[in-house]
Design a protein around this ligand. Structure first.
Ligand code: GLP
Length: 235
């Protein structure tokens, strides 16, 4: 793992953007794995300002809440539209369909999309409990796209975006760890002291499914960019 510790969120976003742009410019056919959450917001802001050519770039997102329509203002599809897809003409963009009624078929459909579009780079945030996408502690490393049950701490963390805790979805379609590990390159970003334990476990702890992100120790090309707070517990 290549680790960069930066001072500010702006610096983090710029450094991550630079890594993404190198991949975007590396070929005339590129697939990017994208993520939602507050962590990548600064990166997408730079995309909106710089407007790089992405007409050759296909995107695949990590996850989507079960039960939310693409136009629901808390769905990940809506987030991606607002922050990125409405602003830049990507070749194609993919997310799981939160409203799919046949969940097994939706997971299979997404696995087919991933098989045809292996990310050249997968962007990741990390949950406070070490989850990546919605692969919560205890999840098998062998899963491809699956319906994940959100851990109580994840529901709690995500409740800040919803009017009432009862509105927070409890399940999500999520790329599995096995799918994430197929990406040629992985870029994980984290900021704030709330992520410090997870960053420590991911980098210095044993590889265990109790700390899902620790599997990244087994991937050959991982770049981690954190701010000082998120990196504060590292030796
Ligand atoms: C959610 C998403 C993850 C994301 C995590 C952290 O649970 N499924 O993909 O990495 O939250 O979010 P944030 O960046 O807002 O801290």
């Amino acid at each position: 793992m290549k680790l960069h510790i930066v001072k500010t969120k702006d610096e983090l976003a710029q450094k991550a953007y630079d890594v993404l742009i190198d991949v975007i410019k590396s070929s005339d056919e590129v697939t990017l794995g994208l993520a939602t959450g507050s962590s990548p917001e600064g990166i997408y802001e730079i995309f909106r300002a710089e407007k790089p050519d992405v007409s050759h770039v296909t995107t695949v997102n990590l996850d989507e809440y079960v039960g939310l329509a693409a136009d629901h203002d808390q769905s990940y599809a809506y987030f991606m539209d607002q922050h990125l897809f409405n602003h830049l003409p990507f070749k194609a963009t993919h997310l799981p369909n939160g409203l799919a009624t046949d969940q097994a078929a939706e997971c299979a459909r997404y696995d087919e999309i991933l098989a045809a579009n292996t990310p050249d780079l997968q962007l990741l945030g990390i949950g406070t409990n070490g989850h990546i996408a919605f692969n919560e502690p205890g999840t098998s490393f062998e899963l491809t796209t699956n319906v994940a049950e959100l851990a109580p701490e994840t529901v709690e963390a995500n409740s800040r975006y919803f009017d009432s805790p009862a509105d927070v979805p409890t399940h999500a379609f999520s790329m599995g760890i096995k799918s994430i590990m197929q990406a040629k390159k992985i870029l994980l970003i984290a900021s704030g002291e709330g992520k410090a334990e997870a960053i420590k476990g991911m980098i210095e702890g044993p590889v265990t499914n109790e700390m899902p992100a620790s599997i990244l120790q087994n991937h050959p090309d991982v770049t981690v960019i954190v701010d000082a707070e998120a990196g504060s517990l590292l030796k």
